[in-house]
Design a binder for this molecule. Structure first.
Ligand SMILES: NC(=O)c1ccc[n+]([C@@H]2O[C@H](COP(=O)([O-])OP(=O)(O)OC[C@H]3O[C@@H](n4cnc5c(N)ncnc54)[C@H](O)[C@@H]3O)[C@@H](O)[C@H]2O)c1
Length: 284
């Protein structure tokens, strides 16, 4: 899809109240698209909608929990009362959960699968059929993660949901190609957003000082969500299947293809280094 001028097109972004979703919505608005945005956070969503309108574009904002199928259905009905179908669907809303499988409760699984996986399924279920029926093509962007092709003990449940999002995206891409609808799984690496502050932490990841260390690490890495938004636009323009974002995401993407065993060793070494640093920081 040509993203240089999106006049007359509608982009829908879930989780647009913060981070990658917010910057993606603004990036589409700067290319003259009208926006439908949703989030569970009223304050964040209002801020994003105001900034879209300040760019001269239409912004329709809905408070929606993407994990709630019935709420997603009424949201989709409202959107389809305004437009026949959206042109670009960005399933971005997501949450973080750090910790190993042995420390992850079933309630944690319900929570993260509900938002990170079923949220994407709901977005596709309620919006894609109208895109198909309209017969004017479009694009679906599912925000997965580098953890969607690289699993580690530290992100057991999170990785599970993101692997599933990559799998769903690949299958959907195959199915929607004859309808002129592209599908991209976006796989960011370490992006400096508020997700580090809100993520649930379990087991070693919940050790005293671990969150502060993680937040500081993401801050030092300093790869902003606005850069992810630009890569999302590029991926839509190129109709990329899987789009790693950030140098570490690309490195691990290629390394995993080259040698899964070496990748697992690098992964383990990184986790042990993180734990050593945490222990050193705790020493008086
Ligand atoms: N930050 C990173 O390092 C990183 C890396 C890879 C992938 N991602 C993915 O990017 C996406 C965006 O994350 P972010 O880093 O911008 O985080 P963020 O916390 O800044 O933004 C996430 C937004 O989603 C909203 N949200 C959460 N649960 C929701 C729900 N049930 N329904 C609707 N909205 C909901 C939050 O209120 C928030 O506004 C997520 O899917 C995340 O997994 C982030």
């Amino acid at each position: 899809m040509d993203v240089s001028d999106l006049v007359g097109k509608t982009a829908l972004v879930t989780g647009a109240g913060s981070g990658i979703g917010r910057e993606t919505a603004l990036a589409f608005a700067r290319r003259a698209a009208d926006l439908v945005v949703c989030d569970v956070s009223e304050a964040g969503l209002g801020h994003t909608a105001d900034d879209i309108r300040a760019l001269g574009r239409k912004a329709t904002a809905h408070i929606v929990d993407v994990a709630d199928a019935e709420r997603m259905r009424t949201f989709a009905d409202a959107v389809h009362g305004e437009v026949e179908a959206v042109d670009i669907l960005v399933n971005n809303a997501g949450v973080g959960l750090g910790g190993g499988f042995l420390y992850t409760t079933l309630e944690d699984w319900d929570w993260i699968v509900g938002i990170n996986l079923r949220g994407v399924v709901h977005g596709c279920h309620f919006f894609v059929p109208k895109m198909v029926a309209r017969r004017r093509g479009g694009h679906v962007v599912n925000v997965a993660s580098a953890a969607g092709y690289l699993a580690s003990e530290a992100l057991a449940a999170y990785s599970t949901t993101k692997f599933a999002v990559v799998g769903l995206s690949e299958a959907l891409r195959d199915e929607l190609a004859p309808h002129g609808i592209g599908v991209t799984a976006i796989c960011p690496g370490i992006i400096n957003t508020p997700i580090t502050g809100s993520a649930r932490l379990r087991g070693k990841a919940a050790a005293p000082g671990a969150r502060d260390q993680m937040v500081a690490f993401y801050r030092r890495r300093n790869y902003g969500p606005e850069l992810v938004a630009e890569k999302i636009l590029k991926a839509v323009a190129r109709n990329a299947a899987v789009a790693p974002v950030s140098p570490e995401a690309w490195t691990m993407y290629f390394l995993k293809r080259l040698s899964p065993a070496l990748t697992a060793r690098v992964n383990r070494w990184t986790a042990e280094r993180f734990e050593r640093q945490l222990a050193a920081n705790r020493r008086p």
